[in-house]
Each structure stands twice: as C-alpha cells, then as structure tokens.
Design a protein around this ligand. Structure first.
Ligand code: NAD
Length: 306
C-alpha cells in the first residue's frame, strides 16, 4: 500500500537526540516537576512516558502526586523553588474553569506546557518573541507545537516559502476545538498561512489570514458548513476526538490526504491507509520532546535573568 505510516517515535528521535547532546555537552541538569492530582489512567501513562523520556535525555523528572485541594499551594511552592526549572500539571484536575485558573498559577518562567495567559495571548496575536530584541522565542503550548513539528516533518510546511507563510495554500481540518489543543493549533496553523477548518461538536469555524495572506494574524469566522463539505477539499486532517466510537469517514477524505490522530483513541478507521498518503497514528512522543524543548528554553531564559 502506498500510504506511509509514520510513528511519533521516528518524528521525535531527532529532537530527543538533540536534547540529549545539548544537555550532556553543557553539563546542565534541568529539572521538571509534574503534578498528578487525578486517577486518570491516560494521565498516569503520560507521566510514565515523560519520566522515561526525561531519563533518556538527561532531564531530572520528579512526579509529585497530591490531592487536588492541595495542588495550588504545591504549585506556589514549586514556583519559588530555584532548583525547579519547569512545572507541568496533568489535566484534567477539576475538569472545569478552575483548571484554567491553575494554568495561570504556574509561573510563566516555569510553564513548560505554554498554557499561561501570557503565552496563549502571544500565540493568538502572532507575537513570536518575548523581548524587543527578538532573542527569546515565545513558549508555545506543547501539543499544538508537536503537531506543527509533525507537519514540518512530513513536508506539509513548504520550506521554499518564507518563515511564517509556509502553509500558504494548504487546507487543514482540525476535529477538536479544546482550549488546550484544537483552538490554539487552529490559530498557529492559520498564522502560518493555512486555511484551517476548526470542527467541534457544535459547528465549524474557519481560521485564515485572507487571500494572499494580507492579514498579519489570523481571523476567525463562523460557517454553516458541514464536515461532509470540507473533508473532500482538505489536504490535511488532524483529529482529537476523545471517544472510542468516533471515526472520520474515510470515503469522504481526499485521495492522498495527510491524516494525523492525536486522540488517545483511534479516530481513523483501518482503511485510512487506502486513502492517505501519510498517516500519523499518534503524536505523544513528539509532545514530550516539545515539553523538554520548552524546559531547556525556560532554563536558559531563567539563567539570563539571574
Ligand atoms: P476535550 O474534551 O477538551 O476536547 C474535545 C474536543 O473534541 C472538543 O472541541 C469537542 O467539541 C470535540 N468533539 C467531541 N466530539 C466530537 C465530534 N463527534 N465531532 C467533532 N468534534 C467533536 O479534549 P482534549 O483535551 O482536547 O483531548 C482530546 C484527545 O486528545 C484526548 O483523547 C486526549 O487524551 C488527547 N490528547 C493527546 C495529547 C498528545 O500529546 N498526544 C495531548 C493532549 C490531549
């Protein structure tokens, strides 16, 4: 079958090797603390793989399990502890707006997940640097960033085009509009020049920078489109629906589509390989590599300031 299946291990390996070499050659010991305040098996699995990857690359990882009512105090303590360079939380904790509050309790200088208001705001506003001199790149939320790296790896980003416009001409559908992954991803890809259809359970929105990329940052419009109308024209379909029964209808997809699944469940049917040119069944390992990359960046920014 001509479909190329690309595993996240392959995509993440260059990043992991780079991280390992940098940490070793600089003789540094960046430390990441992960807070687990739920019993979610997916979160436990994610924590286990984070721990394994950190060990391989030379990052010190400490998993702190706590009661969700104690989590805020524990985060504050970690914010103030100079031996900790990065903090992450395994969500959901409360599963409501309180989780958004917790994202902002983590100090921006330790926010490896890139979920605090400052980083999210910069991302939506297509502001790419933290400083005027453009020496410090912004921290980008790690799962959306991982999907960008997947799209670069498989050649959806056109490197002939200037940086910032490399998705010009691409039509991308994202089935998920969560605040952690789907919506920031739609904004990032549209800021990079793509025409993005963002699908959630209620409707479909279009994120774009206009014809000829005349806008500096993306804008969003509601549509009355149905998924059957957009899938046949999508060069790329990225899906993250958190239910085992959800399947993207293969017959509606374009021949040669690039299909990427980031859900913990398989959102594509097995016959995806009969239609797709490239299929990426999971992105978890790339996400962890991006967590570590953000950690190293924050480590350097912190040393700059002190
Ligand atoms: P969420 O529940 O916050 O969001 C789910 C989104 O899917 C919502 O926008 C919802 O409207 C949409 N959706 C649900 N059913 C749909 C349907 N039938 N049609 C269209 N849209 C539908 O979940 P989340 O935090 O975004 O996580 C989603 C999945 O991604 C989970 O399986 C999670 O484990 C996984 N995830 C993976 C990584 C990774 O790095 N691999 C990172 C984060 C999340």
């Amino acid at each position: 079958m001509p479909c190329k299946v690309i595993l996240s291990k392959e995509i993440s390996s260059t990043f992991r090797e780079e991280l390992k070499a940098t940490i070793k050659s600089r003789g540094i010991k960046p430390k990441l603390v992960g807070f687990l305040a739920n019993e979610d098996p997916a979160a436990v699995k994610y924590a286990e793989s984070t721990s394994k990857t950190c060990e391989e690359t030379g990052v010190t990882f400490e998993l702190r399990k706590c009661d969700k009512e104690q989590l805020e105090d524990q985060i504050v303590e970690a914010n103030e502890d100079d031996s900790i360079h990065g903090i992450m939380i395994y969500y959901p904790v409360f599963g409501d707006r309180q989780d958004q509050y917790l994202q902002n309790v983590v100090s921006a200088s330790k926010d490896v997940e890139g979920l605090c208001h400052k980083y999210i705001y910069n991302m939506y506003h297509n502001k790419r640097y933290l400083d005027e001199k453009q020496t410090k790149k912004c921290i980008i939320p790690c799962t959306p960033l991982a999907i960008v790296k997947v799209l670069e790896y498989v050649g959806v980003y056109n490197s002939v085009l200037p940086y910032g416009d490399r998705l010009h001409g691409r039509v991308i559908t994202i089935i998920n509009r969560s605040e952690i992954v789907g919506r920031p991803l739609a904004a990032l890809l549209a800021n990079d020049g793509g025409k993005v259809y963002s699908v959630d359970i209620n409707n479909i929105q279009e994120f774009h920078r206009g014809t000829g990329l005349k806008l500096k940052k993306h804008e969003v419009r509601d549509t009355n489109l149905k998924i059957e109308e957009i899938l046949p024209f999508s060069d790329v379909v990225v899906t993250g629906v958190p239910t085992p029964s959800y399947k993207v209808p293969t017959d509606l997809l374009r021949d040669g589509v690039v299909a990427i699944n980031f859900s913990a469940f398989k959102n594509f049917n097995d016959n995806i390989k009969e239609k797709a040119s490239i299929y990426v069944p999971a992105v978890g390992k790339v996400t962890i590599a991006m967590l570590e990359r953000n950690l190293l960046r924050l480590y350097d920014y912190h040393n700059y300031q002190s």
